[in-house]
Design a protein. Structure first.
Length: 269
């Protein structure tokens, strides 16, 4: 398998494990030094911004985070200012205190602050010193975060509106469900065929679901199927519609109909 053109900070397996543990999309990552208001010293971490959470890792290759911080209640952030060592610092003002952050350089500090403000304020900061490429990436992250929030709100509403099934059935999702876009699902299937070839994901309308599969006949073939939520049932939109009582039954249907040629995509640990 050829290496990707853009070097990844951690091997793909580690990325997948972090994705599984956090359950949140990765928006930005890099080294950050952190100091809480009660602490004397900065401490360096490999840091990931996922959703509106910061995850801190002791090591760049550690699959599990050592600390996490919810920054959704961010009230403001100071300007980025360089220190005597060439690093760049800024402070996040949170409802429960302050957090000082230090990036390796001024450019890195501006990027971190920009992405943090984008996901917490749902708006790209009007910073004239940001480069066009940085602003483009922030706008992409903004759209992803808006869609994620819509999906979360719809899932919460659906759970509240349902006629109180047992709590286990309300929260149970198939192991092959990932909160990813169509393109992200395609990339997951193409890069890791050993994990399976069927992914359940949110639909493009953020209200329903979709199944993405990859068949390998003469050449790999990708297909997408819409799964519509109707009351307490789910309808697979095929030539002849199939109605099933749960998302797990939807996954099982595809597996049994293909006599096991389709396997749910589950990240291997």
């Amino acid at each position: 398998e050829q290496p990707e053109e853009t070097p990844q900070p951690a091997p793909r397996r580690i990325f997948q494990e972090r994705q599984r543990i956090t359950g949140l999309p990765l928006y930005f990552q890099g080294y950050l030094s952190v100091r809480h208001s009660r602490c004397q010293e900065f401490r360096a971490y490999w840091t990931e911004l996922r959703g509106t959470m910061l995850f801190f890792y002791e090591d760049k290759k550690a699959p599990a985070y050592s600390q996490k911080l919810d920054i959704s209640a961010l009230t403001s952030a100071t300007n980025v200012y360089p220190d005597e060592n060439g690093s760049a610092q800024f402070v996040l003002m949170l409802s429960n205190g302050e957090l000082e952050l230090k990036a390796n350089d001024y450019e890195g500090g501006k990027e971190w602050k920009g992405f943090i403000l984008t996901v917490t304020k749902l708006s790209v900061p009007p910073d004239e010193s940001l480069l066009p490429e940085q602003l483009k990436r922030m706008h992409e992250v903004l759209e992803k975060e808006k869609k994620r929030r819509i999906t979360l709100n719809n899932c919460s509403s659906a759970s509240l509106n349902r006629k109180s099934p047992p709590s286990s059935t309300m929260t149970a999702m198939p192991a092959c469900f990932y909160a990813v876009s169509r393109q992200e699902a395609i990339e997951m299937l193409e890069k890791n065929p050993s994990c399976g070839n069927l992914i359940l994901r949110p639909g493009s309308d953020s209200k329903n679901y979709a199944i993405t599969i990859q068949y390998k006949l003469d050449a790999p073939q990708l297909k997408h199927y819409k799964v519509v939520s109707k009351g307490t049932s789910y309808v697979i939109e095929l030539e002849r519609q199939v109605t099933l009582p749960s998302l797990q039954d939807v996954v099982n249907y595809f597996v049994t109909q293909t006599r096991g040629k389709l396997k749910p995509y589950v990240i291997q640990t």
